[in-house]
Write a protein that binds this ligand. Structure first.
Ligand code: AMP
Ligand code: ZN
Length: 567
């Protein structure tokens, strides 16, 4: 696993004194590849902005105290105060301020740290000090997380007491949320953690080749394999991007998180179980490799595509990619095996809680965020500790909500309009709000494709998934019948044949989506072709079933053939 190192940081120095910087710069260049000197404070702030726009590496800001004004004789450099204020407002991110001074007064040093400096170093900087400067990045992050998370508790004062009665229910204690989730599902461990250690490397190689293939066969994998697939995908992404440095976790913690996700899916559901979630995750991974956003883990699949063809794809940053992958593995967490309509028609507490709107998807998103809070990725769910909280949460929640099929047509229309607009006028990268909207829609489009990607898999697989889904629909129908409720034809056994069920869904639901997304990125065209092929195959099966020859042709062993049974 890659670790934080000096190459992951850039260095910005604020210095405007006559004294010679040459020697310090030479030493810094030996350790850091990116070292920039600025002599004005406004230039420093602009440079910090520019560093973040370039990528999300951390920036060590060396503030030369003698170059700054001190607001009062016993205060610290004004630039430090400005930068710390901007960091607290999340107006700048990933900046680690360090004060350098020749003033070796202990009280001044302490003051600087109290005011938010990550470190204080004496001038001239020695090689030894420079070599360990980058460690301040990790130290500073941990310090901020600790401080921020206790901020609300320690800041409770007079105003809080005025609001106390109104707010006590709003600030639900975490265990209240746990109880709420536990009422809906209680994970039953299906895989022992210790069993993962025994997985052979041949098996891992096989899984790797599966991950890189559109012919991915999760129906042949057991839970242990499926967990390993998730691990390999998440681990690859975390190790590929320097910007995700701070999210790298020990492998035991990552497995622990995936175990709990696996156990949060009901294995009794024929379709909406962990296998479907892994199938959706693999589909997203495959799409991201195809469009050039990810380097595939198998060289046979071909390296990362040279050019990102569509301007929209440039909007995807590493954290967005990670968020999208996380959303796919969590998008059906706790699915009860019945659909939204059932939840609404039986007036379940969840339907009441979410006002009948995207009931299951809202529940999946809430439960998944709760799971994140309990595990190694909890920093991603803390608005005070993580400057990227807002965008991560937006992508995860919006992507999961996008899988509500009742909004399908609206989504397809939005994707078509987006594709045409961008063809006409491109993307204005300076319009941050518009870019974020486009990015969220793109993530929604990709997860929607992945969610119904079974339609575009090679025919034997598409058929296997269709049968499994039909079985889940029938089980819901059986339950509705028992409860004396109305039952839709597709939920009734023997009412609609599998061919019609699939031809209708693929022609009138799936194709529209995949065609719209292929307008955005032509690398997705293979899915449209595959759906047309599958429709053809279903049509052939239907014709064969209807053919009178089917009824009269004897089987090879001489017994008369019978029409094939319905699904
Ligand atoms: P989700 O519940 O998140 O998996 O949403 C996807 C929904 O699309 C499923 O619940 C099904 O209702 C529908 N769906 C997916 N694949 C098919 C298929 N092959 N045939 C018919 N409906 C499908
Ligand atoms: Zn799904």
């Amino acid at each position: 696993m890659k670790r934080l190192n000096p190459d992951n940081c850039s260095v910005v120095i604020f210095h405007n004194q006559g004294e010679e910087l040459q020697e310090t710069l030479e030493l810094l260049h030996k350790v850091f590849s990116d070292v920039i000197v600025k002599s004005r404070q406004d230039e420093v702030l602009a440079e910090l902005d520019a560093q973040q726009a370039k990528d999300k590496r951390s920036t060590l800001l060396l503030i030369d105290a003698e170059s700054c004004r001190m607001p009062s004789p016993d205060d610290c450099p004004d630039l430090l105060l400005t930068v710390v204020r901007l960091l607290m407002q999340n107006a700048i991110r990933n900046v680690v301020p360090i004060v350098c001074s020749s003033l070796d007064s202990p009280s001044f040093m302490v003051k600087c740290l109290e005011q938010g400096a990550a470190d204080f170093v004496l001038k001239p900087l020695s090689q030894d000090v420079i070599k360990t400067l980058f460690l301040n990045v990790t130290r500073y992050q941990v310090k901020r997380i600790k401080e921020d998370s206790s901020a609300v508790e320690t800041n409770k004062g007079q105003i809080w007491s005025k609001f106390k009665d109104r707010l006590k229910g709003v600030f639900l204690k975490e265990d209240r949320l746990s109880k709420l989730v536990a009422d809906f599902y209680t994970p039953k461990p299906s895989v022992r953690r210790s069993s993962m250690a025994s997985m052979l490397s041949d098996r891992k190689e096989y899984l790797k080749s599966q991950i890189c293939s559109w012919d991915f066969l999760p129906l042949e994998l057991d839970d242990k394999d499926l967990i390993q697939v998730v691990y390999m995908i998440l681990d690859q992404v975390l190790c590929t991007f320097d910007q995700l440095d701070s999210l790298r976790v020990p492998s035991g913690d990552l497995y622990h998180f995936i175990f709990d996700i696996c156990n949060s899916y009901h294995s009794a559901n024929p379709y909406h179980n962990f296998r479907h979630a892994v199938d959706v995750l693999q589909a997203i991974y495959y799409f991201l490799c195809q469009i050039g956003a990810l380097e595939p883990m198998c060289p046979e699949m071909g390296g990362k595509k040279e050019k990102v063809e569509h301007p929209l794809l440039q909007l995807l940053e590493p954290l967005d990619i990670f968020a999208l992958l996380m959303a796919s593995i969590g998008h059906d967490v706790g699915h009860p095996g019945v659909n939204n309509l059932f939840m609404v028609n039986t007036s379940t507490p969840l339907a009441i809680l979410y006002n009948d709107r995207s009931v299951l998807e809202s529940f999946h998103a809430m439960s998944f965020f709760h799971l994140l809070q309990q595990h190694c990725f909890s920093s991603l769910t803390d608005i005070r500790a993580n400057p990227d909280y807002a965008i991560f949460r937006k992508i995860v929640v919006n992507s999961i909500l996008a899988t509500d099929m009742s909004m399908h047509d609206e989504y397809v229309q939005n994707i078509q309009e987006q594709a045409q607009r961008i063809k006409r006028q491109g993307i204005d990268l300076s319009d941050k709000a518009a870019c974020e909207k486009d990015k969220i829609l793109l993530c929604g489009a990709l997860i929607k494709c992945a969610d119904i990607s079974n339609c575009a898999r090679p025919f034997p697989l598409a058929k296997a998934w269709a049968k499994i889904l039909a079985e889940e629909f029938f089980e819901q129908g059986d339950l509705e019948k028992e409860l004396g409720m109305a039952v839709l034809p597709i939920h009734q056994r023997g009412k609609i044949c599998l061919e019609d069920f699939q031809i209708t869904f693929k022609k009138f639901v799936a194709l529209k989506l995949f065609e719209a997304v292929s307008q955005v990125t032509s690398q997705m065209q293979f899915t449209v072709d595959a759906i047309y092929d599958n429709i053809n195959q279903w049509e052939i099966m239907k014709t064969e079933r209807a053919s009178p020859l089917n009824h009269i042709q004897p089987a090879p062993d001489g017994t008369p053939a019978r029409p094939r049974p319905g699904i």
